[in-house]
Design a protein around this ligand. Sequence first.
Ligand code: TEU
Length: 564
Amino acid sequence: KPTQDWWRTSTVYQVYPKSFHDTTGSGTGDIRGLTKKLDYIKGLGIDIVWLQPVYVSPQNDNGYDVADYYNIDPAYGTMDDFDELVSELKSRDMHLMIDIVVNHSSIEHRWFKEAASSKDNPYRDYYIWKEPASDGGPPNNWQSKFGGPAWQLDEETGQYYLTLFDKTQADLNWENEKVRQEVVELLTFWAQKGVDGFRLDVINLISKNQDFPDDDGSIPPGDGRKFYTDGPRVHEYVKELNEKVFRPYNLVTVGEMSSTTLEHCIQYSRPEENEFSMTFSFHHLKVDYPNGQKWELMPYDFEELKRVLSRWQIGMYEGGGWNALFWNNHDQPRALTRFTDDRRYRKESAKLLATTVHGLQGTPYVYQGEEIGMPDPKWNDMNEFRDVESRNMYDILQEKGKSAEEAAHIISVRSRDNARLPMSWDDREQAGFTSGTPWIKIDERYREINAQLEMDDPGSIYHHYRKLIEFRKTVPVLTDGRYVRLDEGHPQVYAYARVNKQQTVVVISNFSDQEVSFRFPDAFFKELDLKAEAELMLGNTVEAPPLAEIVRLQPYGSYMWLIN
Ligand code: TEU
């Protein structure tokens, strides 16, 4: 096993298997498809591959509805394919992180089938059941994150069960120590199969306020989340998993923290707490949500973006926590389209986003396709969408008074499907993803945007990522340096430094299509001691400006300098 904290200089590559590479012609990706592409991923300098769920699942939420935690869904292959992936990764000195979805299971899981069969079934309390309210309706007013009530009525036994996500994803009852024991056992099973880490899905939602009170709406969004987000026993439960599995197997772990706080993330990820290695938080990806509302649109708030990133950099550094760094994942529209220009300045923009996040403190995550500058696609009609959340919201938005066109537009901007199109490998039919009919459409720009073109071009986005990933291993200040924000509210420029006793790295990015000037704060510039010539580590334009008190930046210009 690698040395302690080896993952602080690592970079993780996130694989959405359904859309990565299909070797059977089924139209969906599979495990062998990933194994065949390991040299492509290794070529980036990636250390850890995060494989999203491939367990037995009815696929209502693309595998985040698990029906059997111990077996591979035939759509993705076999356990032998999984074992081959593990050994092929190890032979390349790479590591495997798998997705663990234990806030809820599919209602197809045998535990749920048993539980729903009768009130006194021994599995009944594996889930959260409540009597109907006096009016016969749901026990409280909590809302599902995919729209609609968070409770489903089981006619058989006349009780409701909790479903914070899709109605086929039943929340597990973590108050029940048998459930906690089941989770320890399944984690141990996969650890013994040689995985090196876990990504734990919405793990901060597992402890619910046992009164299950109505949400009075006094704190937005008023959907009940304040009664189960970072709940009363969550840290206790996580410490138990750490003690029984994470630590004994020296695993790297990342908790996905829905709607969390900086204070909790410090506690979840400080080594002394023995909980997780690091946490995903999402506040920087809500700066284009008007009043936190995902399903309303507004241009993103650039100052708020910089404020949130800075707050988390400074807070986690001072608190001893550790950030998972990312712009993209399978639940978010692609940052290239969302925050920059995916047309005229696509290459500069993709490199700017990479430089901006890879200069921060934490472990960076590269979501499949971002390393080749894949954008959001152009959507033509609602039948092209697959995501359960998007399909639900299309109806709900219209029930709330939006026209069909307005609802379709909002969905096209916000849908998680924006990031779920198959990887564009080359300019063959179906972009080299499948020889069959893809489960979701191929990006219409695949002939100009694909992995083959990127690998062949030394000045590509792919090679920009490769250099950044290498820097994380070779430039210590990127790991331990203190973060200093350098732009004091500049309307287009984000500038920061990372500082330790030996080195300083300066990162400046122009998030606009205008040429702009940036002036360093006097104090910092004097402190910089530029006599020790600043070395340009990486830029995204042919000509890079010299590092000086005033820097002139081209449209979407982004530069990283090292001062030793
Ligand atoms: O995501 C949880 C999550 O925070 C997002 O899905 C968000 O709540 C949703 O997009 C509503 O805005 C995790 C997985 O990443 C996601 O794919 C699953 O659908 C979800 O949990 C349920 O397992």
